[in-house]
Structures are given as structure tokens and as C-alpha cells.
Design a protein around this ligand. Sequence first.
Ligand SMILES: Cc1cc2nc3c(=O)[nH]c(=O)nc-3n(C[C@H](O)[C@H](O)[C@H](O)COP(=O)(O)OP(=O)(O)OC[C@H]3O[C@@H](n4cnc5c(N)ncnc54)[C@H](O)[C@@H]3O)c2cc1C
Length: 406
Amino acid sequence: MDETLDVAVVGAGPAGSYAALHLARLGFKVCVFEEHTAIGVPTHCAGHLSIASLKSLGLYPLPNGIVENIFSCACFHSPSGFEVQVHLNKPVTCAVNRAAFDVYLAGLAENSGAVFSMNSRVDGFLFEKGSVAGVLVKQNGVIKRVKSRIVIDAEGIAARLLRQAGVSLKRRCLIKTVQADIADASSVGSGAVHVFLGKAYAPGFYAWLIPRKDGTAKLGVGVRYGHPYLYLQNLAHKHPVALKLLYGARVIRTVYHTITLDGPLTRAYGEGFLAVGDAASQVKPTTGGGVVPALICAKLAAEVVVHALEKNDASRKLLQSYGKKIQKIFGFDMRVMRLLRRFLDELSDDQIDRIIRSSCRANLPDLFSDVEEVDFQGRTLLKLLGSSAALVALTRFSAAYCFANS
Ligand SMILES: Cc1cc2nc3c(=O)[nH]c(=O)nc-3n(C[C@H](O)[C@H](O)[C@H](O)COP(=O)(O)OP(=O)(O)OC[C@H]3O[C@@H](n4cnc5c(N)ncnc54)[C@H](O)[C@@H]3O)c2cc1C
């Protein structure tokens, strides 16, 4: 690859492929460098995504074989086994096979003209006059120098390259996760996503059980401290509801990974450089969901890169509009989600028990039945709280909570 690329993209996850798609579509010369030999593996993700968000990105319905299940019900379990079920009027989320989803996105980008260079690990950058001007790619032990007018870093959570590009990064809130593929999980049923809350089972985050339609499921735990696998075992063997749901189930394989809950980096750009997706902490602080934020930010990054290429100016000053666009779309919601995360972190297990019991008694879940949007949680919450039904439900909830308290 002797010619200069318009854009070198690091990483063929959703962020990298989606950015590449939007650039290649416009005729720019784009190459995506992926360190693995295949796209989408190893898979670490639960693939639980909002249908409305995928639709608004033009990605839903997805081709056959990618969607494993769709959900209109979520069950939230307290540490002592109290449960609140939220039934929505229509399916709002889907669980996708992440490997197949990533392959699909890469295929879209490739069909639009992007080139994918597999088994190609980006080890560093080329610099010209203080600006990133290409990538150093290691392939079968050999380092190649590939020049490009702009580099998009979509390397995921490790973010090894960010600092080299002069972007400062402090990961403050990291969640260690383990996700197990579960077979013989028919006791789980296939109609609802299960969320387990409480410090006894998932300190600083939560555990999830996402059934597929074929009797298998994804069981995961995220923790702020401690070893996630010990908490996963604890959940499966001691949680009063989980142990029933997982009766007879077998763990097929486990994958460990990390989630950042810091919320988007305010300056995910440098001279000749933009970062997208997990690399730039573009993840919802409440749930750790990062696929949709990565896709939205990848599209924004592509818009800014197009402008920079057309102006022949990849300076930090021009690329800063990327930060402004992200702030405009996500600023409010990310602030609300960070507050919600802090609130959840403060709750004792006893308080979670009482909240879930009181929510049931006050029919609080009915309030959520019309919800369609789960990615922009600030806006969703604002809309919910603005209704007169919310006032009634919250009054009932407060009474139930006080009663449960006494
Ligand atoms: C256990 C778990 C469950 C999750 N569940 C959900 C969920 O249900 N819903 C949701 O929305 N989000 C979920 N997430 C978060 C989601 O997985 C990420 O936010 C999403 O994958 C981010 O996409 P990305 O493209 O930024 O990074 P990634 O998907 O991590 O892709 C990065 C790519 O870059 C490649 N790469 C890395 N370094 C280099 C290099 N130097 N050179 C070349 N290639 C490189 C990697 O091999 C990889 O292919 C979950 C995360 C975890 C850990």
C-alpha cells in the first residue's frame, strides 16, 4: 500500500466499520486495519441493542441470522429475590449475535469500497510536523508504514494508541466483566431480559441474563471490584431467582472484558486524528451499552472527516467540531446517565429490595409501557416525569416505600 490513504481506520468493530462505511460511500480511500484474522471475534458483548436506534441509523431490520431474540419485557431482580417486570407495548430491544453484526457492518463498508486489512495490528502512528499522518502496521512480524490524511482510532477499550496521538485519557470508572454462553437454559424462558441488581451479586454494576430463542442464553456479570467470575458463580448458585432460572444450565465458554462508564471523552481528537467508540469512552454510564453510541459517533466522526478532507485541513482546530457534535447529541443524556449511575452505586442492597417491592406495589412499571427509546435515557426520563400519570405513580411509590421502610 504505497499510496496515501484518505483515512486509515484502526479496528473493525462497529465504530471502525461504520465510520469506514460513511467515508467509503462518498468515494474516499479508506482502509480498516484489524489485528485479528476474522471480524467480530473474540466476542465479548451481550449485543443487547435498541431497535429504535438501529432503525434511525438505517440498520434495522437486520438480515437473517443476526438477531437472536427481541424483547418487550425486562425483569429487574433485587438481591433478596423481589422482582419487578416492565412490560412494553411492543418489542423495544433486540439481542444480536455480535460477531455476525460486526461482519454485516464490515460487509456494508466493504461493498461501499472500504478495504479491510486483516491480521494487521496498528502499533503506532507516523507523524509529520506534529500531526498524525499515518499508521505503523504490524503484519506477520513485519512493520509497514502506511500514510493517511487522517486516522480514525476505533481500537476499543484498550485505547493503547490514544495517548500516542496526544489525547489525554484517564479511565476513572472501569467495570470488569465476564460473560458466559449458557446451554440448556430453557428454564430462563425466552420472553424477557433479566437484570440482577445489588452489591452482593454485582458491586458497582449489574448482572444480566439474555435468553436466545434456542434454549441458550448469555449470562454476564460486571463488577467495580472483586473478580467477576466469583460473582457470576455466586449469582448462579445463591441468588434466589437466578438459581431457579439457571437450573440445569451449563456454561459453554466464558469471556472477560472491560467496560468504561466514564462517558464520552470531551476531546477525542488531535492533529490528524479522531477516536470513536469504546476508545473514546462513548458508552452509556447506566448500562455500559456502547454499540449504538459508537455507531452514532462514528457517523459524526465521518461527517467531520469529510469536511476536513474537502478543506484539506486535518488540524485539531477543525476536528474539534467532532467534540461539539457529540456534546450536542449526547451531552444532556450522558449527564443524566452519570447521575443515575451514581445514584444506583449509592444504594444499599436493602434499599434496592425496598425500591423493587415498592415499585411493584405502586404499579410503577405501567409508567414505562410506552417507552421506545432506551439510548437517550435523559430525554426518556424527562418525558416520563412530565406526565400526570408519573405524579400519581410516584406518589403511590413514595407511600409504598415509606410503608416498606417502617
Ligand atoms: C461483557 C460486555 C457486554 C456488553 N454488552 C453490550 C450490550 O448488550 N449492548 C451494547 O450496546 N454494548 C455492550 N457492550 C459494549 C460494547 O461491546 C462496546 O461498546 C462496543 O463493542 C464498542 O465498539 P468499538 O467498535 O468501539 O470497539 P470494539 O467492538 O472493541 O472493536 C475494536 C476493534 O479494534 C481491534 N483492535 C484493537 N486494537 C487494535 C490495533 N492496535 N490494531 C488493529 N486493530 C485493533 C479489535 O480487535 C476490535 O476488533 C458490552 C461490553 C462488554 C464487555
